[in-house]
Design a protein around this ligand. Structure first.
Ligand code: SF4
Length: 314
């Protein structure tokens, strides 16, 4: 058996920054550091941070008054900031700057009186946060059929924005349908689907051409990881989402000559390494990488952390 790794894969700049934010907060302030929601959608990452003293809560209202809370990479609604202020919480916002970009667009379109069509998945934390910028002016659309059913007060005053981790192709079709129905619909200057989502989907598309099976490492609540499985399947490969190598089912491997491996934007590389070792122990003789693009995106840590690091001389 041959193993082919997609590149780029795994951690994006936003996840890297969010995880580092919690690690620095633990070092600088000691435990506990409360984190609202999973800092990134990966069980392994969350468990590792829990071991170091992070306490994950569902809502800011669960954090004891006066304590420190970190907001996750997926972003929060303005009401969350307001609740935190009311409870006297010290906050560090680890929202990915590319999610913040979408929040800024939502505020701008809302101020200009548009009905905002948010393309995304119901219940996803990022969607909840973005909707919270202008809840009375935002409607969620998940499919082309939703566009067909959409009714608005003023069809000439529509603006669309999207979740950052959607399928590039599917979202393109939804936007096309929206523009067909509402020819004056406007959108963001640059795509809301982020560079990491786009690059990982493109990489898995190429990977799937050479593989019988594509394994995607990521958690079930990770939107971008689920999209990678879908893209691999659309390109004809069998594909499964797994948390780690222990979830590989022997039945998937029957007759497989080339197994492809990739990982979602919130999955650490050590899980990929363990999966590669798993196949090497089973006789895989060739491990190579299929790179489609080089990534060099880095985001600065949140200002609160940078200030503390500078003050502590680190
Ligand atoms: S997937 Fe994209 S939007 Fe989400 S954290 Fe990573 S870089 Fe930011």
């Amino acid at each position: 058996m041959r193993v082919l790794l997609a590149a780029p894969r795994g951690y994006c700049a936003g996840v890297d920054r969010a995880v580092e934010t919690v690690e620095h907060a633990l070092d600088l302030y000691g435990k506990p550091v409360y984190v609202r929601k999973e800092i990134v959608h990966n069980k392994h990452v969350v468990h590792e941070l829990e071991k170091r003293g992070a306490v994950f809560v569902d809502q800011e209202t669960e954090v004891p008054e006066g304590e420190m809370v970190v907001f996750s990479a997926h972003g929060v609604a303005p009401s969350v900031h307001a609740n935190a202020a009311q409870r006297g919480l010290r906050t560090i916002d680890a929202t990915c700057p590319l999610v913040t970009k979408v929040h800024v667009e939502a505020r701008k379109f809302a101020a200009e009186g548009y009905t905002i069509v948010l393309i995304g998945h119901e219940g996803h934390e990022e969607v909840e946060g973005t909707t919270g910028e202008a809840p009375d002016q935002t409607v969620l659309v998940q499919t082309e059929a939703d566009v067909d059913d959409l009714e608005v007060d003023d069809p000439d005053r529509i603006a669309y924005i999207t979740q950052t981790t959607l399928s590039v192709e599917e979202t393109g079709s939804i936007i096309a349908r929206l523009k067909e129905k509402f020819p004056n619909a406007v959108g963001p200057k640059t795509d809301d689907i982020c560079y990491a989502t786009t690059n990982r989907q493109h990489a898995v598309k190429e990977l799937a051409k050479h593989c019988d099976l594509v394994l995607v490492i990521g958690s079930t609540n990770s939107s971008n990881s689920n999209r990678l499985v879908e893209v691999a399947r659309e390109r004809g490969a069998d594909s499964h989402l797994i948390d780690n190598h222990m979830q590989v089912d022997d039945a998937w491997l029957e007759g497989v000559e080339t197994v492809g491996i990739t990982s979602g934007a919130s999955a650490p590389e050590e899980l990929v390494e363990k999966l590669v070792s798993f196949f090497e122990e089973r006789g895989a003789t060739e491990v190579s990488e299929l790179r489609t693009i080089n990534e060099d995106v880095r985001f600065m840590l949140p200002g609160e952390i940078r200030k503390e690091l500078a003050a502590s001389g680190t």
